[in-house]
Design a protein around this ligand. Structure first.
Ligand code: DGJ
Length: 388
């Protein structure tokens, strides 16, 4: 009896320890091989403080109460390893180089009827903190199990603790029944487009006019590669690839960050942009994105605007030097403003390994600015002193 109570108590204590995320509050320890990182080594295996390769792909970072939290896709080995078999992982760090695992912030569900059941696809999770509600809000790209990339939904999970556990709330296609702010006189006659062949000039013109916006008007706009951005005034935005990945959409989130207000815009219709990463510098909004070549790298592109609602101006490929045409074999995921440093931004990208996704690598590089344009150059070893 005493023994079983002890086992029960130990289990309760252990479970609460894991759920509270207490495992990641200390960043003091370095990797168990005895070293701590003193520099970034883009493209190399990046060990956490337990000496395990960091498993947080397509990720984003939240800075909260003096600590950085890295959320990303947990991948498994082998073909098919992109499916969500475990969930969204979380790591913490105080110096951006040495990361401690906080475990799984959002676990996949064992219930086969759940939208986030094991085997679904969860990509590019991003977490933001809502000052008004005190809640941590995670949005991510969700594809339903066994449906390929057809669902094209955004998913929401929330927690009152930064490292989770996050509770899954819902998923949907955004802005159902709502036109973007610039489509003031929308056509609903999609039939007139039916004869158009993809990639012809007529079809491209129709895409610009909103062909896919019209097709998806009732069921909601597609939402695949995504990111979040919180502005200085506390308003948050959800930026995602829509319209068969042909056009990026920017949507305003509600004050609690847990829904869409219905205010939204399209940028670069037909521009074929994925992997959006948005940041603000000197009052201007910058966006870095990729082209659409699946898991294969392509040239990054950058954009600038005085307002999040546009007009956006294309600035071209921010990458320079060898391999810049393939973004140094990677694809953007997030731009991280470094705390406490002036004008310090880190470009975060994924070097995907689609045949063995768990082996995917991280390309983190400093962004410099020339004539107000972002510039990214490969550097096989660098540290935060580059910002000084
Ligand atoms: C490219 C995207 O940017 C990735 O996030 C992922 O969705 C792959 N396509 C899937 O092919």
């Amino acid at each position: 009896m005493v023994k079983s109570s002890f086992i029960y108590l130990s289990l309760v204590v252990l479970t609460s320890f894991v759920l509270m995320g207490s495992t990641c509050t200390s960043n003091a320890k370095k990797t168990s091989t005895g070293h701590g990182y003193a520099a970034f080594h883009p493209g190399e295996i990046w060990l956490d403080t337990d000496s395990v390769h960091i498993n947080a792909h397509g990720g984003g970072i939240l800075f909260h109460e003096g600590t950085y939290y890295w959320f990303g896709e947990h991948k498994v080995a082998g073909r098919g390893g992109n499916r969500a078999m475990v969930g969204v992982s979380c790591y913490s760090s105080s110096d951006l180089m040495n990361w401690t695992s906080c475990g799984i912030a959002l676990p996949v569900a064992t219930d086969t009827l759940s939208e986030i059941t094991k085997g679904c696809v969860i990509e590019r999770p991003k977490v933001i903190y809502n000052e008004k509600t005190g809640m941590f809000v995670m949005w991510f790209h969700l594809e339903l199990k066994d449906q390929g990339y057809a669902a094209a939904r955004t998913g929401l999970a929330i927690s009152d603790k930064v490292s989770g556990p996050y509770t899954y709330v819902k998923s949907f296609r955004p802005n159902a029944g709502i036109w973007p702010m610039e489509m003031t006189n929308p056509s609903r006659d999609t039939g007139k487009y039916n004869h158009l062949k993809w990639w012809t000039p007529e079809w491209r013109k129709a895409v610009e006019e909103g062909l896919f916006v019209q097709y998806d008007f009732e069921k909601g706009q597609m939402s695949r590669d995504m990111t979040l951005f919180v502005d200085d005034d506390g308003k948050a935005y959800h930026i995602h690839s829509a319209e068969e990945n042909l056009t990026l959409h920017i949507s305003e989130l509600t004050p609690d960050y847990q829904d869409f207000t219905g205010k939204w815009t399209r940028i670069f219709p037909g521009g074929h942009n994925e992997a959006p990463a948005l940041f603000k510098r000197g009052g201007k909004y910058y966006l870095i994105a990729s082209g659409c070549t699946g898991w294969d790298p392509n040239a990054a592109r950058s954009f600038v605007s005085n307002s999040i609602w546009g007009p956006w101006e294309a600035l071209g490929n921010p990458c320079i030097g060898p391999d810049s045409a393939l973004t140094f074999q990677s694809q953007s995921t997030y731009v991280l403003p470094v705390q406490g440093k002036e004008d310090a931004y880190i470009f975060m990208a994924d070097r995907w390994r689609p045949r063995n996704p768990i082996d995917g690598r991280y390309i983190w590089l400093p962004i410099s600015f020339e004539d107000e344009k972002p510039v990214i150059e490969f550097n096989e070893k660098w540290d935060l002193s580059v910002f000084e």
